[in-house]
Design a protein around this ligand. Structure first.
Ligand SMILES: Nc1nc2c(ncn2[C@@H]2O[C@H](COP(=O)(O)OP(=O)(O)OP(=O)(O)O)[C@@H](O)[C@H]2O)c(=O)[nH]1
Ligand SMILES: [Mg+2]
Length: 461
């Protein structure tokens, strides 16, 4: 199917919809240059040259009307984003200009590109592998520095590189197994079950190492969901404002100020965070407040991380205790707030009820302790690991699933090897481990998976 598609020339608006300095219509495929000649008139007599910027006009030759002034760039296959002939028309960043230019390009022989089709072609033409193609979209969608860094490193091939190294080891092993199956009596290095087990374990460890980054990877990509809970008037909304570094939530001395949950997206040390400020949890006859409290419990259940605030300047109340009991064994961060007024709550009283919690004294009025809260968030995301700029991280759920399947196949092979089962049976599992990893880079992948991956892209990418 792919050859048929790639004979067609595709086009789309590549820049974001809206006003801007410039906007780009991108064309890719065998007819790209021919279409450019039909819709563009350069100023002056010089020919359009490959990889040179040419100034001119987009002209509708049927009517003779000028659509816009533009710069044209022609990149010849294979040295282009898609690996095909590509033309970019840089027009003014006007929705009207871009729409008219695109429609002219389509009338002159191009077809509208599907979402992600440019990148899909880059993959099909072998310019990038599948995990790199997926990283393109992560780069475009990244909202924080850290998310962006990880996506760029993946785009540069860090993850694929590692996957390919493991695949080489698996291939070596496969060859070794096959030779021993086919020529058992020949004078070749005999494969012992001990040796086989050692190789399988070592490959299994390599895959496990990648899998151990998935928790962090997912949080970096999708964001960490934090719910702030606590009884009324302890400083929950104050914390939200402190982390946001602005006054978003209404803070008053009246208990029950926040009656609904408030959600905000923010960045903590380069990590995307979705913070939910909730209504204070207490027994109440007020219907609206009761709904707010139900929502608070929901936020609690959906969160990756809980921050429970306690007014440390007054003794633990019944409400504080029941919230701590609600937290139970979950890992939470507990703030003993209002330190500036005094501290009477003893940490061990809290540990008795919620043993896995971390406790920090804060004053959200003065901002004391906010740094420490951010430390804790960072610690949680990186799981105590030292963060290296170029570290390989698995951020994509598809990759994670395939790594798990591959690991499972290795485990199965290992179990067979331990029972000294015949090599040709073990080979089947080793081969599937190899193929699952190949699906990550797109070496072995079906059209359905490709469609699924690229359908999540935006238009023009
Ligand atoms: N002294 C002192 N006052 C604080 C501190 N943190 C918050 N407050 C005050 O406590 C009151 C309640 O703060 P909020 O942030 O509205 O508390 P809340 O938990 O959101 O309250 P509800 O929305 O009613 O559940 C406000 O008057 C704050 O200024 C602190 O560390 N020290
Ligand atoms: Mg509040």
């Amino acid at each position: 199917m792919n050859e048929i598609i790639m004979e067609e020339t595709i086009a789309a608006i590549a820049t974001a919809y809206g006003e801007g300095g410039i906007g780009i219509v991108r064309i890719s495929g065998p007819e790209a240059f021919a279409i450019l000649s039909k819709v563009f008139q350069q100023t002056g007599s010089a020919d359009i040259q490959v990889r040179r910027v040419t100034y001119g006009k987009v002209i509708d030759r049927e009517t003779g009307n000028t659509i816009d002034e533009a710069l044209a760039i022609y990149m010849k296959a294979p040295a282009s984003y898609t690996g095909e002939d590509v033309v970019e028309l840089q027009c003014h960043g006007s929705v009207v200009s871009l729409r008219k230019t695109l429609s002219l390009v389509l009338r002159n022989g191009a077809r509208l590109a599907e979402p992600g089709e440019f990148t899909k072609r880059a993959f099909l033409n072998g310019r990038i592998d599948l995990s790199q193609a997926e990283a393109v979209m992560d780069v475009v969608k990244a909202k924080t520095d850290r998310t962006f860094d990880v996506a760029i490193s993946q785009l540069e091939g860090s993850l694929s590189g590692r996957i390919n190294e493991i695949r080489v080891d698996l291939l070596d092993l496969l060859v070794n197994i096959t030779v021993n199956i086919d020529y058992p009596d020949e004078d070749i290095e005999e494969m012992t079950y001990e040796g086989l087990k050692a190789s399988l374990s070592s490959i299994g460890d390599d895959i496990e190492k990648l899998l151990s980054t998935t928790g962090t990877g997912r949080m970096i990509r999708e964001g960490l969901k934090i719910a702030i809970i606590g009884r009324p008037n302890v400083g929950k909304s104050s914390l939200m404002n402190c982390l946001l570094k602005e006054s978003r939530a209404i803070v008053t001395e009246i208990p029950g100020t926040t009656r609904d949950t408030i959600e905000e997206a923010l960045t903590v040390r380069g990590i995307p965070v979705f913070l939910t400020d909730t209504a204070g949890i207490r027994q109440t006859g007020d219907v609206i407040e009761q709904i707010g409290i139900e929502k608070a419990k929901e936020a609690f259940n959906n969160a990756d991380f809980i921050i429970d605030i306690i007014d440390g300047s007054s003794p633990l109340s019944e409400e504080d205790r029941s919230i701590l009991e609600y937290i139970g064994d979950r890992k939470a961060l507990i703030l003993l707030n209002k330190k500036d007024v005094g501290t009477v709550v003893i940490p061990t009283d809290i540990k008795d009820i919620s043993p896995n919690s971390d406790i920090i004294s804060t004053s959200l009025l003065t901002g004391e302790g906010v740094d420490e809260i951010e430390d804790k968030i960072e610690e949680l995301v990186y799981d105590g690991q030292i963060v290296q700029q170029a570290s390989i991280m698995v951020t994509n759920v598809r990759h994670e699933e395939l790594l798990r399947k591959s690991k499972q196949a290795i485990n199965d092979a290992l179990a067979l090897a331990k029972r000294k089962e015949p090599l040709d049976i073990i080979e089947i599992d080793v081969r599937s481990a190899y193929d699952f990893l190949g699906e990550i880079t797109g070496e072995t992948v079906t059209d359905e998976i490709l469609d699924e991956v690229f359908s999540r892209f935006c238009l023009g990418k």
